[in-house]
Write a protein that binds this ligand. Structure first.
Ligand code: TTP
Ligand code: MG
Length: 356
C-alpha cells in the first residue's frame, strides 16, 4: 500500500513573525507591502488566521487588506527569518522518510509507505507535528492519502494545525463534492472554462466523457479525469532545486523617474545579496522585470560568463536596461530583479524559487 504524507506550514510567514514577537499573537497579522494607511500598492504575501477572518488573503492588494482591517498588524518581509525557519522544519520532516520532496518554502511530501497502516501513518504525522512545535514552535497541517494529489488536498482540509487521513476507499467521497479547481493544475481560467461546460465539481469531471475533456483541454483532459477519480502516480522527487532569488516592488505612484526607480533597485539589490549569502549561492543569470501602468510586463535577461555573487553586476544590468524600458511612453508600475542559474559555492544543494 502506498502512503503519501503532505505537510504544509500554517500561515507560514505570519507564524514565523508571531513566533519572534509573542506580543502580536492573537491579533490579526498581515505580512506584505506597506499599506500606507490604505494607499499602499503592493500585495499581501500571507496573513494569520485572525486576519483571514476579515476576508484578507494572499495576493490581495495590500490596500484592500487595510480596508478590511485597518487595525491589523502589518509587517514587512523578513526573508532570512522565513528561510531559516524553512530549513529547520524541513530538516525535521526529512528525518521521517528517506523519500522526501520539498515543494516550496513551507511544504513537502514524504512517502511513508513503510508505515504499512493508516494507524502507524497517523503516529508519524503526530510525531512530525509534535517535533516541529517543540523544536521550532511552529504548527503545520498534514494530509495523508494514497498519492500526492489526495495528500495535498487533505492537508488543506483542516487548517490550521490539522491532520486528515484519506484511505483509498474514501478518496472519491472526499474529492467528489470539491470544486473542480481543487485539482492540481486547474487554475482560474481552466475552472471557468469547465464551469461554462456545466462542470462545477470534481464529481462532474468524473462523470464527463473522456472525449469531451480531451476535445476541450487536450491531453490535460485525460489527467483531469484520472485526478477526478483520485488517481495520481507522480513519484516523490527527491531533489529540490532553488531556481531563483528575487524581489519586486510596486511603486506608490506609477513613474518614469529614473532616479526614483534606481533608488528602489538600490534598495532591493542588498536584500537579494543577503539571501544569496545566507544560502552561500552564486548566480549566473540576472533578470530585470518591468511592469507598465497597463500591466504589460517585460523582462530582460543577462547571463554572465561565470558564476558569481558579485552584486555590482546587478546594478549595472539594471542601469543599462532601464533606459531602454524608459524609452516607452508608459509609466512603470512595478520593478523586479532576480538572479537565476544558482549554484551553491561548495556543494550542490536543494533549491526553490523565492520571488515574492
Ligand atoms: P502557503 O502555504 O500557500 O500559505 P500559508 O502558509 O501562508 O498559509 P496556509 O496556512 O494556508 O498554508 O504559502 C507559504 C508562504 O508563501 C506564505 O506564508 C507566504 C508565501 N506566499 C506569498 O508570498 N504569496 C502568495 O501569494 C502565497 C500563496 C504565498
Ligand atoms: Mg502553508
Amino acid at each position: 500500500m502506498r502512503i503519501i504524507l503532505h505537510v504544509d506550514m500554517d500561515c507560514f510567514f505570519a507564524q514565523c513573525e508571531e513566533r519572534e514577537r509573542p506580543q502580536i499573537k492573537g491579533k490579526p497579522v498581515v505580512v506584505g507591502a506597506d499599506p500606507k494607511n490604505g494607499a499602499g500598492r503592493g500585495v499581501v504575501s500571507t496573513c494569520n488566521y485572525e486576519a483571514r477572518a476579515f476576508g484578507i488573503k494572499s495576493a490581495m492588494p495590500i490596500s484592500a487588506a487595510w480596508k478590511r482591517c485597518p487595525n491589523a498588524i502589518f509587517l514587512p518581509h523578513n526573508f532570512e527569518l522565513y528561510s531559516s525557519a524553512s530549513r529547520a522544519v524541513m530538516a525535521i520532516f526529512r528525518k521521517y522518510s528517506h523519500k522526501f520532496e520539498q515543494v516550496s518554502i513551507d511544504e513537502a511530501y514524504l512517502d511513508i509507505s513503510h508505515a504499512e497502516s493508516h494507524d502507524a501513518a497517523r503516529k508519524i504525522a503526530l510525531a512530525i507535528k509534535a517535533e516541529a512545535l517543540e523544536k521550532e514552535k511552529l504548527t503545520c497541517s498534514i494530509g495523508i492519502g494514497p498519492n500526492k494529489l489526495v495528500a495535498k488536498i487533505a492537508a488543506g482540509e483542516r487548517k490550521p494545525n490539522g491532520l486528515t487521513i484519506i484511505p483509498a476507499e474514501e478518496v472519491e467521497p472526499f474529492l467528489f463534492p470539491k470544486k473542480a479547481g481543487a485539482l492540481f493544475g486547474i487554475g482560474i481560467k481552466t475552472e471557468q472554462r469547465l464551469n461554462e461546460l456545466g462542470i462545477m465539481t470534481v464529481q462532474d469531471i468524473a462523470n464527463t466523457p473522456e472525449e469531451v475533456l480531451a476535445e476541450n483541454f487536450g491531453s490535460f483532459g485525460y489527467s483531469m479525469l484520472a485526478m477526478a477519480h483520485g488517481n495520481d502516480d507522480r513519484e516523490i522527487v527527491q531533489e529540490w532545486i532553488t531556481k531563483s532569488i528575487g524581489r519586486q516592488i510596486t511603486f506608490e505612484h506609477d513613474t518614469r523617474d529614473e532616479r526614483k526607480i534606481m533608488d528602489v533597485i538600490d534598495s532591493i539589490i542588498p536584500e537579494i545579496y543577503r539571501e544569496l549569502r545566507s544560502q552561500d549561492f552564486t548566480y549566473k543569470t540576472l533578470v530585470l522585470k518591468v511592469r507598465y501602468s497597463d500591466f504589460e510586463t517585460h523582462t530582460k535577461n543577462k547571463t554572465l560568463p561565470h558564476h558569481t555573487n558579485n552584486i555590482k553586476a546587478l546594478r549595472l544590468m539594471a542601469q543599462e536596461n532601464l533606459a531602454r524600458f524608459l524609452m516607452d511612453k508608459r509609466k512603470i508600475r512595478l520593478i523586479g530583479m532576480s538572479v537565476h542559474n544558482l549554484r551553491e559555492k561548495h556543494i550542490k544543494q536543494p533549491q526553490q524559487t523565492l520571488t515574492i
